[in-house]
Design a protein around this ligand. Structure first.
Ligand SMILES: Cc1ncc(COP(=O)(O)O)c(C=O)c1O
Length: 476
């Protein structure tokens, strides 16, 4: 190895200091993202001390409630870790089976279809296409829908929805911050208010059902800030689409596999999709796995006969991903994590509601389903008092960032919400022990007690930090 290069052994043996790690990561990676979190004191690098707790470079432990809902068991969960060690030691199947058969891929797709058909018998013969991220799973879903309805060039999505940031999913993620630079996006996207079945019916009538390939919907909007649709909305959406022959794509990348206290949230809400996307937890918090599951006749339209290579990727279905996916699904089922998420999450939501009622000037609203929990911070400055839209948005973003910092200072590592600036989400591991889950809620309560209003959060933030954040924001 040339001396200028870093050896993998150096990293394994922790020879890089935290300062060096941050510097190197900024030097050759997404510098400004890391600078932004560094200003807030959130850049780490963090290490896992237990599957559910992280330690920062100063040795401070925090409860892990971040990970953007992709770490269902936390970090280094023993059952998954020992399985992967055994896999690497014993497996003799090809790592990248690609166009040849694979027992790992076969087993995972079989189990996924099996679980799906227990919920919806009509999915008995559905098929799975594997990919490497949520965005790619959405890409596949839309291509399946378009191939199945080739004359229908329109798609319906919903305000505040989030489906990823590669180009096609970005076209369906109606957030100007992410979309504006890239217009024109995919044409024919009709964005409707989330939760309004009447508007959906009107739009279909106006555009014509034969011109609409699919409706893409999250059964609970995750990055939108954990927005639960009004009761009956998804059932109505399903009925409307069926009546008009429009396909339904349920994006369960964030909600699926137990996060919301149900195996699949769409099923719990009475929606039967034609195409389903999964990702995040399927990779066990360890490897990227995306899955697009479609009814057989839809699958065939895109990937039938000589066209079976029409949509493909190099790494989808690889052995490590499939084996981890298979084991993750097994852990979720065997450990009863769906029910656990339901019960603990219900308790968590009640505690957060109490905290909200005690400190409404700090936490304006809480929302949640299972272990997908959200705290919406109150505006620090009333939006009415800010005449300019951009400044209103910056102010919302600021309070979200400071809210994240306040939780961090109180010992809880949480998530931002990419399409809801003032909302911070708690997405702890579904395996988190009850006492730690309780301690996490206590710490949120202590944070609200220490900062009883958003104005106080702002007032108590060091001026130097606010100045650095402002400078950072203006640089962009
Ligand atoms: C509902 C939903 N769909 C799609 C995505 C995109 O997934 P990825 O970040 O793996 O591309 C996300 C990510 O947060 C998501 O929450």
């Amino acid at each position: 190895m040339p001396p200028a290069l870093i050896r993998s052994q150096d990293v394994l043996e922790e020879l890089l200091s935290p300062g060096q790690v941050l510097e190197l990561d900024q030097e050759s990676g997404n510098r400004d993202l890391l600078r932004g979190v560094e200003i807030l004191g959130l850049a780490g690098p963090f290490r896992a001390v237990t599957p559910w707790e992280l330690e920062d470079p100063k040795g401070v432990r925090r409860i892990a409630a971040g990970g953007y809902a992709a770490a269902p068991f936390g970090e280094g969960y023993p059952k998954l870790r020992s399985f992967v060690a055994e896999l690497l030691a014993r497996n003799r199947e090809l790592s990248l089976p690609q166009q040849s058969a694979s027992p790992w891929r076969a087993a995972l797709s079989f189990n996924l279809v099996q679980l799906l058909s227990e919920l919806w018998p009509s999915h008995r013969s559905s098929r799975v296409f594997f990919s490497n991220s949520g965005a790619e799973a959405i890409e596949g879903a839309v291509k399946f829908a378009r191939a199945a309805r080739p004359r229908a060039t329109h798609l319906i999505n919903f305000q505040r929805g989030y489906h990823g940031k590669t180009f096609l999913p970005l076209s369906l993620t109606p957030n100007p911050e992410y979309q504006d630079l890239f217009r024109p996006l995919l044409p024919g996207v009709i964005t409707l208010p989330y939760g309004d079945a009447g508007r959906l019916e009107d739009a279909i009538r106006r555009v014509g059902p034969d011109r609409i390939a699919a409706v893409l919907v999250e059964p609970i909007q995750g990055e939108g800030g954990v927005i639960l649709p009004p009761p009956g909305f998804l059932r109505a959406l399903g009925n409307i689409c069926r009546r008009h022959g429009i396909l339904i794509i349920a994006d369960e990348i964030q909600t699926g596999l137990g996060r919301t206290g149900h195996l699949l949230e769409s099923h719990a809400q009475g929606l039967e999709p034609d195409i389903l996307t999964l990702a995040k937890p399927l990779g066990g918090g360890l490897v990227p796995v995306g899955a697009t599951i479609a009814r057989a006749e839809i699958f065939q339209k895109l990937l039938g006969g000589l066209s079976s290579k029409r949509h493909s990727n190099t790494f989808g279905g690889n052995t490590l991903a499939m084996a981890v996916g298979l084991r993750s699904l097994q852990i979720i089922v065997e450990e009863g994590l769906v029910q656990r998420s339901h019960q603990l999450g219900q308790h968590g939501l009640e505690r957060l509601q109490q905290i909200q009622r005690a400190y409404p000037a700090c936490i304006e609203e809480v929302r949640g389903a299972g272990m997908l929990l959200a705290l919406q911070f109150a505006p620090a400055i009333p939006p009415r008092a800010i005449p300019v839209e951009l400044a209103r948005e910056l102010s919302a973003e600021l309070i979200g960032l400071l809210g994240l910092r306040v939780l961090h200072l109180s010992g809880v590592q949480a998530n931002l919400s990419l399409s809801s600036k003032r909302t911070i989400r708690l997405t702890p591991a579904l395996t988190m022990p009850g006492e730690l889950f309780g301690a996490m809620l206590d710490r949120v309560g202590k944070a609200a007690e220490a900062y009883p209003s958003s104005a106080q959060i702002l007032a108590k933030t060091p001026k130097r930090l606010l100045g650095a954040l402002l400078k950072f924001a203006l640089e962009a």
